[in-house]
Design a protein around this ligand. Structure first.
Ligand code: FES
Ligand code: FES
Length: 158
């Protein structure tokens, strides 16, 4: 089947790519655009490693077709820092060592940012529920949750 020509805004810049009709957004981002920060874990919507924002909604990019991004806005981990300035979540994750192998980290950061964008003062329970779709095989989650909580407090100036 003929490849589809897709135009989308990715991390604030217009991007074009060709993808097979059945190709996922995850594969299009990694293989066509070269944005390999978004990771593939399960390919079935269970691990959250492939989390990106699509038109402002948190999605598993392994469950979205590349063609579905036509005319839409995509935000990936590569767009999270502002040039050399890390997002506060990225900075805190580094400072508090809220990662080990780092494979889950891009998806966790994208999901955590999506939470803090809509809830500046989440409870620990809310953070844990929100990140329930992001599996981590290394950290035991406590450091991740603490890093999100302390970033939220810092961003509130608390
Ligand atoms: S790779 Fe998409 S949810 Fe696991
Ligand atoms: S830090 Fe290794 S999977 Fe989360």
């Amino acid at each position: 089947m003929a490849k589809q020509h897709i135009t989308a805004t990715i991390n604030g810049e217009e991007a074009e790519y060709l993808c097979e009709p059945q190709e996922t957004l995850l594969d299009a981002l990694r293989d066509q655009i070269g944005l390999t920060g978004t990771k593939e874990g399960c390919s079935s919507g269970d691990c959250g490693a492939c989390s990106v924002m699509l038109d402002g909604r948190l999605v598993c990019s392994c469950l979205v077709l590349g063609a579905e991004a036509e005319g839409k806005t995509v935000e990936t981990i590569e767009g999270m820092a502002n040039g050399e300035d890390l997002h506060p979540l990225q900075q805190t994750f580094l400072e508090e060592a809220a990662l080990q192998c780092g494979y889950c980290t891009p998806g966790v950061l994208i999901a955590a940012k999506a939470l803090l964008d809509i809830n500046k003062n989440p409870t620990e329970t809310e953070v844990r529920y929100w990140l329930a779709g992001n599996l981590c095989r290394c950290t035991g989650y406590d450091k991740i949750v603490r890093a999100v909580m302390s970033t939220a407090a810092d961003m509130r100036g608390a």
